[in-house]
Design a protein around this ligand. Structure first.
Ligand code: SF4
Length: 207
């Protein structure tokens, strides 16, 4: 169990699985730059970020719901949690909003699964499914929280803690995903295989 002071943002799992260096730049070096993709994501989240609740027949919808897992060491918010009325009571069903469309990598699914694990810990029940809503296709993709995804999520959470505790920024290595990364200009993966951006900035600003 992680103490409250050691909890890390749940959203960092997505950064970690996309690129460990990006994750360290954001969560160790505290760097952030907005680009078209992050701005589109922000706009897509505007409604859900306002919070609040809505009632539908047999479903209670909660926006921007606070989440926490001491087992995983994560804290954050779910865009939407629908509570579906079932025989055993109200069962949470997380829905995460994403820009673009369904991706090959598991990072969106892992983030959603981490939300489900938080909800399981908070409500002491089992959650078997949730959904990813993609802004480009305007469709929901159902995600099953099977053993493989749960295990991948737990490993990612542990790995996130190890990376942040190490305070080490992995070296830059260019890959196709860099072209969508808002930190590309700071990271310079094609020309600057430096580890720490902060260290590099200190170096170049020396008289
Ligand atoms: S530009 Fe590429 S290597 Fe650098 S942080 Fe972004 S995704 Fe990672």
């Amino acid at each position: 169990m992680y103490p409250d002071d050691d909890l890390l943002p749940l959203s960092a799992l997505q950064h970690l699985l996309f690129c460990r260096r990006q994750c360290a730049l954001i969560h160790v070096e505290r760097l952030w730059v907005e680009n078209r993709y992050t701005a589109e994501g922000r706009v897509l989240h505007e409604r859900v970020d306002r919070g609040g609740e809505r009632l539908e027949p047999d479903i209670r919808v909660v926006y921007a719901m606070e989440l926490k897992s001491k087992r995983l060491g994560l804290v954050g918010k779910a865009d939407v949690v629908e509570f579906h009325q079932a025989e055993e009571g109200w069962v949470p069903y997380p829905v995460e909003y994403k820009r673009g469309k369904s991706k090959k990598g598991d990072y969106d699914r892992v983030q959603l699964c981490a939300q489900a694990l938080c909800l399981e810990e908070q409500y002491r029940l089992s959650i078997f499914e949730g959904s990813l809503f993609y802004g480009k296709t305007r469709r929901r993709e159902t995600v099953s929280f099977d053993d493989a995804l749960r295990s991948e999520t737990k490993i990612a959470a542990r790995s996130l803690h190890e990376l942040v505790e190490s305070e080490e920024t992995p070296e830059a290595r260019y890959f196709k995903g860099c072209d969508t990364c808002s930190l590309m200009d700071l990271c310079m993966p094609k020309v600057l295989p430096k580890k720490s951006i902060q260290g590099y900035l200190k170096e170049v600003s020396k008289p």
